[in-house]
Write a new protein. Structure first.
Lengths: 112, 112
């Protein structure tokens, strides 16, 4: 069976500090991978998606970036966090674009 | 920017009540409509993927209908139970890519 992991589960970081959130998927190969964010009081917003190693599409211009160094690893990064980066970050995977998406447990990020 | 809206934003019902809520989405270039249930401190869980106009899907006491011509989907819960308390998300996918656009969610609270 497939599983998706995210870490850390919670993170408190000062403004201006760097960020690295990691997501890994087990039990499948060549998944589509996605990063979403839910800011306080808002719905899920797609940040990045990837259809393969090194292939990243960005949906929202911001100070975040994503990388996919391995087939089942997706990393969300920032060089300098802003207060507005606080939120709940979810990673998801799907079998190509035609199938439903499966979500990880999420990371709660608080920027202080 | 695709507009996906859910109403109401929140809903309080008594145990045993039946309830329903709405997701509206663009009626052009439709590909699929997804429903998810998101319980606090858990990952969003896929409920339904709907692709055809007039689709009706059912899982236990939860069912959903789809009208792609007018751009709406209803989610029904029959005989609500406290464990149904969650945020219900719909997500729209058009035929232009792999991305899901999420609505803001309906937060359901079922009182015992």
């Amino acid at each position: 069976s497939q599983t998706i992991h995210q870490w850390p589960a919670t993170l408190v970081q000062p403004v201006g500090s760097p960020l690295s959130l990691e997501c890994t998927v087990e039990g499948t190969s060549n998944p589509n991978l996605y990063w979403y964010r839910q800011a306080a009081g808002r719905g899920l917003q797609l940040l990045f998606y990837s259809v393969g190693i090194g292939q990243i599409s960005s949906e929202v211009p911001q100070n975040l970036s994503a990388s996919r160094p391995q087939d089942r690893q997706f990393i969300l990064s920032s060089k300098k966090l802003l207060l507005s980066d606080s939120g709940f970050y979810l990673c998801a995977w799907s079998r190509g674009g035609d199938y439903e998406q499966y979500f990880g447990p999420g990371t709660r990020l608080t920027v202080t | 920017i695709l507009n996906v809206e859910q109403s109401p934003q929140s809903l309080h019902v008594q145990e045993g009540d039946s309830t329903n809520f709405t997701c509206s989405f663009p009626s052009s270039n439709f590909y699929a409509l997804h429903w998810y249930r998101w319980e606090t401190a858990k990952s969003p869980e896929a409920l339904f993927v709907m692709t055809l106009n007039g689709d009706e899907k059912k899982k236990g006491r939860i069912s959903a209908t789809l009208n792609t011509k007018e751009g709406y989907s209803y989610l029904y819960i029959k005989g609500s139970q406290p464990e149904d308390s969650a945020t219900y998300l719909c997500a729209f996918r058009n035929n232009a890519g792999n991305m899901l656009t999420f609505g803001g969610g309906t937060r359901l609270m079922v009182k015992p």
